[in-house]
Ligand binder design. Sequence first.
Ligand SMILES: [Fe+2]
Ligand SMILES: [Fe+2]
Length: 294
Amino acid sequence: MPPYRLAHLSDPHLPPPPGALTWRDLASKRALSAIAWRRKGPEHRPDVLAALIADVRAQGCDHTAITGDLTNFSTPAEYAAARAWLQTLGDPRDLTLSPGNHDALVGADAPARFAPWREWLGDADDIAFPALRERGPLALINLCSAIPTAPWLAAGRLGADQLARLTQILDSLAGRDLRRVVTIHHPPSQGVVSGRKSLEDAADLRAILARHGVDLILHGHAHEAEVSAIPGPSGPIPVLGVPSASAAGGGRHAPARWHALEFPADPADRRIRVEARGLVNGAFAPLGAYVLGA
Ligand SMILES: [Fe+2]
Ligand SMILES: [Fe+2]
């Protein structure tokens, strides 16, 4: 049996469609975010994102995880544009999306606000986080850390209900021969992002994972390639972040990159091979590979 291949990309920050911002938005956090977008706009390029997606397709992955920030101002027009983009990526059952803080700048809380993206959030008809998806040798546990925040903040929070359900899901997976992979926008490790961008209840999440354990955590938000770890019941749990999928490079952050993760078909083999593929001289190419759990 060939290994199961999971693609991880993040933070595409799709270009806002014309008319995405209305006059009402100018009195809200969206206006501040729009100023920030114009300042850093050239950092995110649709042609870079298209090249990254073409590279993911060419590599032939079984499933794709996208860890948030599809939009910039979380307007209805952007939700619709992001839905249209997601529909170009194939069967929604083969793509899992964890929303980011830019997808929840203002307005209602999750899960209702993410209705246009329901098919990519989980398998259930109702949106609920965490969403559990069993795919091949994987149990994908999709968390939502996206919350509306005060201007200039980019913090995230899971909340007591989501953390309680996470514990129930991990209990239900105990003894199953599945590799448990958590997807979340905000990094759960300490020090990866500044305080104003951090996950407010990260300590609570780390405490649950220290007891129950998972095999891997994938995040976005930092717009950088990040390798960290948090304590698990039988050793450190690897935590991986990728740069923005649309970053042209040359700005504050790393150029676009995605990770191809390979899980052996044999559940007794706990190794995970990670290949980084990134933008080099205008084309996507392998940057390097390493094995977790070797
Ligand atoms: Fe982002
Ligand atoms: Fe973010």
